[in-house]
Design a protein around this ligand. Structure first.
Ligand SMILES: Nc1ncnc2c1ncn2[C@@H]1O[C@H](COP(=O)(O)OP(=O)(O)OP(=O)(O)O)[C@@H](O)[C@H]1O
Length: 297
């Protein structure tokens, strides 16, 4: 196990596919005991970042360190200590679930077959079931049970609930939180279901076209960002203070998000409300790149 406090450290990380820059000068850390959401639109660079973290993509600039290891040069050692589900995760369709447990036991020194069987009991997946007979949701549950049975400190999940219905997504997240997160281990999870994961996360990383536009803990969102609900008549005055985003709330009231406290005369025009993660996501990742003066209600 690593002795470093941070499970992930990225500094000035840049990733390129030929001349295309997928990740541009990204720096962040993931300490122990965090549930970190990696959010971004299609093509923002989420998968590329995860590939770099597991040593599948060498940095084109900057450095990355995972569990105290260089992911490219020490990949074998890293994979022994990491639980990872890539976005193209597939389990072999011909295999029965108990065969996958045997396979994992042979391949992964930190895998506990007993724990995998216990985790599978939480699901409707039977040990004798063939993967090809399982629904998409059941395959993902089985996959999570298998990787959560690895005694690791870090789990990396690339859009694990893609294509699942709302019930399957809920059971997936319940199992992840109940069975994996213990205050010491961390998980980095990329997803487009921003609203759904908000209550699970301790921290958020937001990517926009390869740039890290937000790196914050959920509890710090309230103190840094101010959302102001206001009557439509105050819209022009609020707009003149250049909020990050203006939007309409249910019921027709206007709202605006500011990075920091707006000027006193503007703050008086409405009441402060909590900005949701979705609102922040809209504010910080809209295309073209953030231009506070061009936001529209
Ligand atoms: N193999 C590749 N060759 C060239 N460009 C690539 C390759 N893979 C990704 N890219 C480009 O890198 C950028 C980041 O892609 P990436 O897959 O990391 O985004 P993402 O945030 O995971 O997107 P999604 O949410 O759609 O999965 C995109 O512009 C994409 O077109």
């Amino acid at each position: 196990m690593t002795t470093t406090t941070n499970l992930i450290e990225a500094s000035g990380l840049t990733l390129r596919y030929g001349r295309k820059t997928a990740l541009d000068d990204v720096s962040f850390t993931v300490p122990k005991g965090r549930v970190v959401g990696l959010l971004g639109h299609n093509g923002a660079g989420k998968t590329s970042l995860m590939k770099a973290l597991v040593g599948l993509m060498p940095p084109g600039g900057g450095t990355v360190n995972v569990l105290g290891l260089d992911p490219v040069r020490q990949r074998g050692k890293l994979l022994e200590q990491l639980s990872y589900i890539p976005d193209v995760a597939v389990l072999p369709r011909w295999a029965r679930v108990h065969e996958l447990i045997e396979l994992m036991s042979g391949l992964q020194p930190r895998f506990s077959a007993e724990r995998a069987r216990a985790l599978l009991k939480r699901t409707s997946v039977g040990l004798n079931d063939k993967v090809k007979s399982l629904s998409k949701g059941m395959v993902v549950q089985a996959h999570l049970a298998l990787i959560a049975a690895v005694d690791a400190q870090l789990m990396i999940l690339d859009e694990p609930t893609l294509g699942l219905d709302v019930m399957s997504r809920k059971s997936f997240y319940e199992m992840l939180i109940d069975e994996w997160c213990d205050g010491e281990r961390s998980v980095l999870i990329s997803t487009h279901q921003v609203e759904e994961v908000e209550s699970l996360l301790s921290d958020v990383l937001m990517l926009d076209e390869g740039r890290l536009v937000l790196n914050i803990s959920l509890e710090d969102i309230d103190s840094r960002f101010v959302a102001l609900a206001h009557d439509p008549a105050a819209a022009d005055a609020v707009a003149s203070a250049h909020p990050l985003l203006r939007y309409r709330q249910a019921g027709g009231r206007g709202a605006a998000i500011f990075d920091g406290v707006p000027p006193e005369q503007v703050a008086q025009l409405g009441e402060r409300i909590r900005p949701s993660l979705v609102d922040l996501f809209m504010a910080l990742t809209r295309k073209p790149a953030l231009q506070p003066t061009t936001t529209q209600a």
